[in-house]
Design a protein around this ligand. Structure first.
Ligand SMILES: NC(=O)c1ccc[n+]([C@@H]2O[C@H](COP(=O)([O-])OP(=O)(O)OC[C@H]3O[C@@H](n4cnc5c(N)ncnc54)[C@H](OP(=O)(O)O)[C@@H]3O)[C@@H](O)[C@H]2O)c1
Length: 280
């Protein structure tokens, strides 16, 4: 099975689960079907995925609470990656707040909700323009020194911010928006690959758009007896050995479909063709 070693000691399958979608509309409040959301989480583990990405702001608190309620005590080897640094003021609203004192509170609250003594991967959700980036990253280093987090990840960063963070703490993952249609983070991805740092592309399916029939992935999908969503994910997996997609879904059916992408081997020609067709 295709794995990646995060920080040298967290071995994860190179396809994880994004737990932002097990919440309500606008990523606010409980999911429409809480029982299905719990079935999704159980199925994640049954299917052998061992990286779940969440954040205190998903719900807020809803995603972390559901993960703990459904999966604690956690199976060996399950890595729960969470984040802090955003506030929620309403559906679809995500103001930033990455002041060091606030990040410490966020981390403590995530530890309690997730029922953990230490968070395997804690990610700074976004740089906060009101706070010097080194102060926010420095707060995560402080939490790591205190033993509250094992590894530090960053998210929504430019190449400059990536380099700046790496000068302060060992960064083991970067989580940026990246999919077939949006490759603005190509430079950060290349830098991660060079440094052996995990790159977690969020929006891997462009919120489901890449899964729709009639798009540029249709033909290749038919040739592989696969769906467009699976081809979009297989393309990401083929793009770089440090790529760890975390497609999000609130449906067991979609989860199973997405996990099927791990079985698809694209040729080099197909990778190039898909890459150029979808940028049009
Ligand atoms: N760091 C950040 O700032 C940041 C920002 C956004 C997201 N994230 C993380 O990245 C993860 C992935 O991003 P995302 O969830 O926004 O986007 P995504 O994975 O690209 O798309 C998720 C959407 O696609 C639909 N979908 C999933 N699988 C499908 C399939 N096989 N066929 C058709 N539709 C499908 C889902 O709806 P259904 O529920 O109906 O399947 C959902 O609405 C999130 O869950 C979260 O953990 C991080």
């Amino acid at each position: 099975m295709d794995t990646f070693s995060i920080g040298g000691d967290l071995d994860v399958h190179r396809l994880g689960f994004g737990a932002m979608r097990i919440t309500g509309k606008g990523i606010w409040g409980p999911p429409e079907d809480p029982e299905e959301a719990k079935r999704v989480l159980h199925r994640v583990v049954e299917l052998g995925l061992n990286l779940i990405d969440t954040a205190d702001s998903y719900g807020p608190e809803v995603s972390e609470n559901l993960i703990a309620e459904t999966l604690h005590p956690y199976p060996d080897g399950l890595v729960i990656a969470t984040k802090g640094g955003l506030r929620r003021t309403g559906p679809g609203q995500w103001p930033r707040d990455a002041r060091p004192e606030r990040l410490k509170e966020c981390c403590e609250a995530s530890l309690r909700r997730l029922k953990l003594d230490r968070i395997d991967l804690y990610q700074l959700h976004s740089p906060d323009p009101q706070v010097p980036y080194e102060d926010s990253v420095g707060a995560l280093k402080g939490l790591q020194d205190e033993g509250k987090i094992r590894h530090v990840g960053i998210s929504n960063v430019s190449l400059d911010e990536f380099e700046q963070a790496r000068g302060i703490v060992e960064v083991v993952t970067v989580q940026n928006r990246y999919n077939l249609e949006d490759r603005r983070s190509e430079d950060v991805l290349d830098a991660c690959e060079q440094a052996g740092i995990g790159f977690i592309p969020w929006f891997p399916l462009a919120t489901g758009r890449l899964a729709e029939p009639g798009g540029p992935l249709d033909r290749i999908a038919r040739e592989h007896d696969a769906t467009p969503a699976q081809i979009a994910l297989a393309w990401l997996l083929a793009r770089s050995p440090v790529m760890i997609p975390i497609p999000g879904t609130a449906s067991v059916e979609h989860l199973e479909e997405n996990v099927g992408a791990r079985e698809i081997q694209l040729s080099r020609e197909e990778v190039d063709e898909i890459g150029s067709a979808s940028q049009g």
